[in-house]
Design a protein around this ligand. Sequence first.
Ligand SMILES: *Cc1c(COP(=O)(O)O)cnc(C)c1O
Length: 484
Amino acid sequence: MAHSAPGLPSHDWCSVHSSADSLAPEWLVVPDDANALAPGVWPRSSVRSPDGQILLGGMTASEIAGQYGTPVMVLDEDEVRTRARSFRDAFAAATGRHGTTARVYYAGKAFLSTAIARWVTDEGLNVDVCTRGELEIALAADVDPARIGFHGNNKSRDEIERAVSVGIGTIVVDSAIEIERVAEISERLGAVQRVLVRVNSGVHAETHDFLATAHEDQKFGMPFADAVTAVARIRELASLEFLGLHCHIGSQIFGVAGFRESASRVLELHEQLRAGGEVPLLNLGGGFGIAYTSVDDPTPIEQLAAEIVDAVAEGCAQRGIPMPALAFEPGRAIVGTAGVTLYEVGTTKPVRLGSDESRLYVSVDGGMSDNARPALYGAQYSARIASRTSDVEPALVRVVGKHCESGDIVVDHEYLPGDITPGDLLAVPATGAYCASLSSNYNHVPRPAVVAVSAGASRIIVRGETIDDLLSRDAGISTKEGAR
Ligand SMILES: *Cc1c(COP(=O)(O)O)cnc(C)c1O
């Protein structure tokens, strides 16, 4: 069987070492130094301090944990800004070479707060939202509504009305029913709403693979034939303006092949639609991958951007049509690597599984409530002791949370110094995307604070929940004001 890349939900449990660490997957090697911070997995500012602690944005893990408690999600502001800039610059350069422009939207679902919305828009990005809640956060951050895009397969009338009335830049429509809904609302509000039509190209990509079929059996987007009818309808409606097609093929994608295949398919439809009027824009979505562990090596964005845009240009040249403006929607690739979750180790327990097989379970004070991705997708992460270094021989560990669920895994497989012990701070990198945004109150565990760090200073950008927050939603508990 093929080597199964970390980050994919299915793992190849057959191919494991036959050495002492027969419980370790093939991709995980015993590190030379179980204190080292793998380049690309950690924010660029992360280094060990002279006393061995991990520094995040110039602050030691102990300083951060002492000030805010654990678990805490630490976001490196400079990392977010640098990544936002590099996406903007890479796509500007790649499209500039072909005489067109690119709009880069930050996909807010990866993690949205007003601070992040400000950072990414400061650096020249636009913002994608897909619910009323995400829209309100972006508006509260004073993002220019013209720079916001609205996605989703089931936007409510209330959501559409709010979006149109604030003057949202684009709405990506996902069904024939929604076209009528947006048209009726924008007509009533006296607006002309710019829309894109989301299509389903039949291409689904993840990590190193992509699957291309005639039809993809999923809820998003319209099949090409339906999109032709949809665009004709939009062009009939005075309250709508058709901008172009939208297509999003997956997530945690490392290669360019899936984008290329999808772009070539969508361009065929794009060309066809030009017979009925202008098609100024083509949005190819997001899905750019990041390194979760040291074995992931995502292609640099400059190269990805150049290859994707060149492929579109080639397709346009073949068809003899002008290059449209392009749009892209990275989420994970902007914030993922900027986030590091700090936990405190509560217990450790060796679990013997055979005569010479043993795994050290390390329990931390969070878990699937602050990072659902391992439970949801079988996602792989890595970890390091953050409060000190150790020269003790590495042990194979599984980092688990405090929830009443055996699938409550934080880091499935990792080598950590064998003397890891209660009270140690544990840092899990690459948690900036789809962790805080997917967090829950499972087991009535309060959601952790999100703290931004930069140049040796820190500040709360989303405060942690308290037990009072949890109690306040229970209608059966009398509060001081409520008690009669
Ligand atoms: C989820 C999503 C994105 C962002 O995906 P990432 O993998 O975080 O880059 C972009 N566009 C659409 C339509 C999405 O649904």
